[in-house]
Each structure stands twice: as structure tokens, then as C-alpha cells.
Design a protein around this ligand. Structure first.
Ligand code: G3P
Length: 227
């Protein structure tokens, strides 16, 4: 099935399960993302909680990803999240293997191919260059390299570990150049995003700097300002 197209560079905001991003909080960020995307022309996606996928897609029309999905056909499963459910809610894809929701390589492979089969995009998270190489071989749409020790902090991967970005970009180009590369962890400014893109990525995956901001539109405006 044909995958949705997504113009890069991409700024993908993972809302995680923060208090600030549940329900009304997700609307606050969705509204800000729509505003800044319209002003700047830069693609801003959001990965909200399942319960906010439909409202965010419906009200703001921005690209929405799930934070995880179960590669299941609809049927007798309880407490799971089938691909068909996120798709019908309006998601265009899903994160897979986030460092806060690790999967086995066999599960990741199943997930990537199920997403592809359902016409949804996969954004598979990775923690280092070796893992990035293994994941690129699975042919996801995006691989997002995020050193776990920098996640949620104020020093970004662009500042603290540019080598992991360039190394990841190099292995992905060698193994499967069709895979697009994102990076994340501690991304908080336009300079962090610009460095990531200058190092060869197709954008960033981030969370706390936007989710915890008093004014998410102000932070998003800064994040896209140098693109
Ligand atoms: O999925 C994004 C993430 O793990 C990075 O989080 O808070 O460092 O931007 P943060």
C-alpha cells in the first residue's frame, strides 16, 4: 500500500505521557504546531497519546504519529492497539522502539513491515550507530537516533554528540539510502535543529522543550527559525 508522503525537514514532537500533553495540553501544542507550520512552511508532526490522535488530526490537520502500535489484525485482542485503529483515528504512522518502549529486533521487523502493509509510516528509534545500522536494514521510512543519556536533558545530541549523528547518517546511506534519518535528545533551539540538518539528517524528534514550554509556539518558532 502506498505510504503517505511527508516533506522534510521534519520536526516531530513526541508528546509522551507528560501531564502537559494530555487532552487540553495536546490541543495547546497541536494549535501551536499548526500556527508555526503555516508561518514557516516547515513540516511539524506530533505523536500524541492514542486518545488524542483523532482530536489533534481533526482540529489541526497536522501529521500525526502514534507513539507505538501493535502489528495486529483487528480481532480478539484486549488492551492492544491495532494498526487499523491508529489509521482510522487519522495517524499517518507510528514511532517504533522508542527508548522508553523498547522492542526486540524481531518485533521491530514485524512492526515495520505491518506498518508498510497498512500504508503507514514507520519511525524506528535507535540508541547508537550499530543499532542504527541494524534498523536501517529493516527498511523503515525513518530511523531516529537518540542517545538515551541525553533524553529529557538540556544539552542536545547536536551539541554533545555530533559524531553519533554523522555516524548514523553514514551507515544509513551505505545500508539503505531510502531511509530518512532523524535525531533527537535534548533538542531545544533553532541552532540544535540546524546543526542536525547540516550534519545530514532529515529533521529532529523531540519532546520536553516543546511539551514543557509555557509558550510552545514560541519554542517551535525558534526550532524552525534557521531552516
Ligand atoms: O522522542 C523524543 C525524545 O525521546 C527526546 O526527548 O525530551 O530529550 O526532547 P527530549
Amino acid at each position: 500500500m502506498k505510504q503517505p508522503s511527508l516533506k522534510t525537514p521534519l520536526v516531530l514532537v513526541n508528546l509522551k505521557c507528560y501531564t502537559e500533553s494530555i487532552g487540553i495540553g495536546a490541543h495547546r501544542i497541536g494549535r501551536a504546531a499548526r500556527e508555526v507550520m503555516d508561518e514557516s512552511g516547515v513540516t511539524i508532526g506530533i505523536a500524541p497519546l492514542y486518545t488524542d490522535i483523532h482530536p489533534i488530526n481533526h482540529h489541526y490537520g497536522i501529521p500525526v504519529f502514534a507513539q507505538h502500535v501493535d502489528p495486529l489484525e483487528p480481532g480478539a485482542h484486549t488492551g492492544r492497539m491495532p494498526l487499523a485503529a491508529i489509521k482510522s483515528a487519522g495517524a499517518i504512522g507510528s514511532l517504533v522502539n522508542h527508548s522508553e518502549y523498547r522492542l526486540t529486533i524481531a518485533d521491530i521487523e514485524k512492526n515495520v513491515s505491518a506498518l508498510k502493509g497498512a500504508g503507514l509510516l514507520s519511525c524506528v528509534c535507535s540508541n547508537n550507530i550499530a543499532t542504527t545500522a541494524a534498523l536501517a536494514a529493516l527498511g523503515p521510512d525513518f530511523v531516529a537516533i537518540e542517545p538515551p543519556e541525553l533524553i529529557g536533558g538540556t544539552v542536545s545530541v547536536s551539541e554533545a554528540n555530533p559524531e553519533v549523528i554523522t555516524g548514523s547518517v553514514a551507515v544509513v546511506r551505505e545500508i539503505n539510502p531510502a531511509v530518512r534519518v532523524l535525531t533527537g535528545a535534548g533538542i531545544h533551539s533553532g541552532k540544535c535543529v540546524k546543526t542536525a540538518v547540516d550534519l545530514g539528517t532529515d529533521g529532529v524528534l523531540l519532546a520536553s522543550s516543546v511539551v514543557k514550554a509555557e509558550d510552545p509556539a514560541k519554542v517551535l518558532r525558534d526550532l524552525v527559525s534557521l531552516l
